[in-house]
Structures are given as C-alpha cells and as structure tokens.
Design a protein around this ligand. Structure first.
Ligand SMILES: CNc1ncnc2c1ncn2[C@@H]1O[C@H](COP(=O)(O)OP(=O)(O)OP(=O)(O)O)[C@@H](O)[C@H]1O
Length: 167
C-alpha cells in the first residue's frame, strides 16, 4: 500500500520568462523549481498553491487566475510514499518576488533554464508546459538523481484525468 501525499507547484510567467526559486533548505535543496509544498489537512489544493507561492516568494495570486496544467506522480525506490503533485501556472500576479527563508527567486528566459540544477523530470515535462499542453506524468526515481522509468501523456482536459482516477 502506497501512501499518497498531495503537493502543489506553481509557475509564474511573464512574457517569455518564468519565475523559479532556488530552494535553500529541505527536499529539493539547491535546485531551481517552481513554488509549492504540501497541502495541509482541511486545505484545498488551490488555497495551498496560493499560500505556498506567497510564503516562498511574496507574490499574491487569485484562485481564478491559476491554471491547472498538469498532474505529476513521483515515486522513489524503497519509499512507500507517492508524491502527487498538482502543477499550476499564471501570468497574473501581484507584487515583486522577494527572497525568503526557503527560496531565492529569479526570472529566467524560457530558452535559458538551469536544467542541470533542476529536478531531472523537469527537462522532460517543461516542453509540454511551454506548448500550453495539459498533461499527466509519472516518474519512478532511484535516489533523487536517476529516473528509472516514466510515462507522460497529454490530456484533453484535467477533468479527463480526475474522472478516470475517481477523485
Ligand atoms: C521528484 N521530482 C520533482 N520534480 C519537480 N518538482 C518536485 C519534485 N519533487 C517535489 N517537487 C516539488 O517540490 C516541492 C516540495 O515541497 P516541500 O518543500 O517538501 O514542501 P513544504 O514547503 O510543505 O515543506 P516543509 O514546510 O519544508 O516541510 C513541491 O512544490 C513539489 O511539488
């Protein structure tokens, strides 16, 4: 039996740039990533996405401006937990990104991303995000650097995915 934990991951876009944060501590430390974290008990996924973005880089977004573009599942050899990661993007936000205890934010040109210092799965699925696709991806890791296998597929709508899953 695998325990499933739900996480959020938010990407803020501006023209041909994307905001990433350099993670200063915890899981994914020293990697550039979007902003996100665990959904707390009794919290909706959207509320968690907005809260984590604000806590990690000071930006504010409205629920209705977040687009759910992907659902990613990560498993790690020997670990009975599946990370169920809901990915969102927006180009409507308030504020200027600030460094926090957890993240150092920086805008990147989308054709100049620091993939060598990102999660290895990002290289595989970012192109789908930049083509404005909706997609589902599943990645099995050995440790944190090696992807043993993966599958990724485009979706017509996110509902298609959630209906199949029954949640
Ligand atoms: C394995 N390949 C991966 N590829 C891309 N993104 C990944 C990822 N694995 C995890 N992520 C994201 O990394 C954040 C971790 O969140 P994390 O810091 O652990 O959560 P949270 O802030 O609640 O933790 P603490 O408060 O420190 O316990 C969260 O956005 C999650 O979606």
């Amino acid at each position: 039996m695998v325990l499933r934990k739900v996480y959020t991951l938010v990407f803020v876009r501006k023209e041909n740039q994307i905001l990433l944060g350099y993670k200063k501590r915890g899981f994914g430390m020293n990697k550039w990533n979007g902003f996100g974290g665990k959904v707390e008990p009794n919290e909706s996924i959207l509320d968690a996405a907005i809260r984590e973005l604000n806590e990690e880089c000071g930006l504010t977004v409205e629920t209705t401006d977040l687009k759910n573009l992907a659902h990613l599942e990560f498993t790690f050899t020997g670990e009975p937990v599946m990370m169920d990661c809901r990915v969102f993007s927006t180009n409507i936000f308030n504020g200027t990104p600030i460094e926090t205890e957890e993240m150092l934010p920086r805008w990147f040109q989308i054709d100049q991303l620091p993939f060598d210092n990102m999660w290895p799965d990002d290289r595989i699925w970012f192109p789908y995000m930049f083509k404005n696709k909706l997609f589902y991806g599943k990645f099995n890791f050995n440790g944190v650097d090696t992807i043993l296998n993966y599958k990724i597929r485009e979706l017509e709508s996110m509902e298609e995915y959630y209906n199949e899953k029954g949640d």
